[in-house]
Design a protein around this ligand. Structure first.
Ligand SMILES: Cc1cc2nc3c(=O)[nH]c(=O)nc-3n(C[C@H](O)[C@H](O)[C@H](O)COP(=O)(O)O)c2cc1C
Length: 300
């Protein structure tokens, strides 16, 4: 039997569930070893709002998230497949995953191996997946196939329901808003993907999961493109000008939050205009980008 190793970080459990479903399907043809990537000091849940935003410069900056020890034996194993499960944080892979990427043992382990990425998010996954793809490609992975699950509710709803869930722990529907997060039906599809991956051991491009629900609309695409630039620039400035843990950093993060809300409002309007004026141009752009983010074909 072939052997797969699964590294995953999950805070509220969505990525864990996705990874477990995939492993169930895969285990028909692979032996599967699960390695949780855990911060040595667990993040609170529900989040305190300041702690949540303090993770923003961390996600982009040089500081690494201290992790609990990964058993030494893991690095000596031989694996036919590496699976990496992570949530999107601030249009990037979550902070603890950056620490995993920096480990020389991990870099050696993935070199020359196929990688399957299992990614969960609210709705903006594209630039986060691209960043992870770029890091993994530098480590010399053989191929990358990403599978993404998102909250299916429209952006105007999930932009309210996800923060409500993160900051209060309340996930259920309220007023005219739907339940936050990824529905059970989406998780069910992952088991089949694991089963099919195990059976064919590498899916052709035709099998790439370009599910219509994953394709961003023009507004979401602009949020990814403009937002990732805004995030990178803001994180760089915050890192340069303020010290980790200082009051000045919290003030800068407060300003960042105000700017973020303004940017989201502006992009909701701009997205509608762009959709009206140049929908087919954006559609072509988005389709190409989505496929190349999910399937790194050239190395397969
Ligand atoms: C600090 C933080 C930042 C987040 N940033 C994004 C984001 O940029 N885009 C997005 O679609 N979802 C974002 N989310 C939502 C998570 O990606 C989503 O809830 C994910 O499924 C959580 O995975 P988990 O349950 O395994 O922890 C963020 C969540 C947190 C906690």
């Amino acid at each position: 039997m072939k052997h797969a190793i699964v590294f995953y970080f999950s805070h509220t459990g969505q990525t864990k569930r996705m990874v477990e479903e995939f492993a169930q399907g895969l285990s028909e043809t692979f032996t599967v070893e699960m390695i949780p990537v855990e911060p040595s000091v667990a993040f609170d849940f529900p989040w305190k709002i300041n702690d949540f935003f303090r993770r923003f410069p961390d996600t982009y900056g040089p500081s690494l998230c201290p992790l609990t020890q990964i058993p030494e034996g893991v690095w000596r194993g031989h694996y036919d497949l590496v699976v990496l499960g992570f949530p999107i944080w601030f249009l990037s892979s979550a902070w603890p995953i950056h620490s995993l990427f920096e480990m020389s043992e991990f870099q050696k382990l993935v070199n020359g191996r196929p990688v399957v990425g299992l990614v969960t998010c609210r709705n903006l996954w594209l630039t986060g997946v691209d960043r992870a793809n770029a890091r993994l490609s530098k480590m010399g992975v053989q191929s990358i196939r990403n599978f993404v699950l998102r909250d299916p509710s429209p952006a105007w709803a999930s932009v309210v329901t996800t923060p409500r869930w993160m900051f209060t722990g309340k996930r259920g529907p309220f007023l005219f808003f739907p339940k936050a997060g990824i529905p059970d039906t989406s998780f069910a599809t992952v088991r089949d993907f694991g089963r099919r991956w195990g059976a064919s051991n590498s899916l052709s491009r035709g099998d790439c999961n370009v599910d219509a629900m994953l394709v961003p609309n023009v507004t979401e695409y602009l949020m990814e493109i403009v937002g990732s630039k805004f995030f990178r620039l803001s994180a760089l400035m915050i890192e340069r000008v303020t010290k980790r843990g200082s009051i000045l950093r919290d003030v800068a993060l407060l300003l960042f939050r105000v700017n973020l809300v303004l940017l989201i409002c502006a992009l909701f309007v701009l997205g509608r205009v762009a959709e009206f004026v140049a929908k087919s141009y954006f559609r072509r752009l988005i389709d190409v980008r989505v496929e190349s983010s999910l399937c790194i074909q050239s190395q397969i």
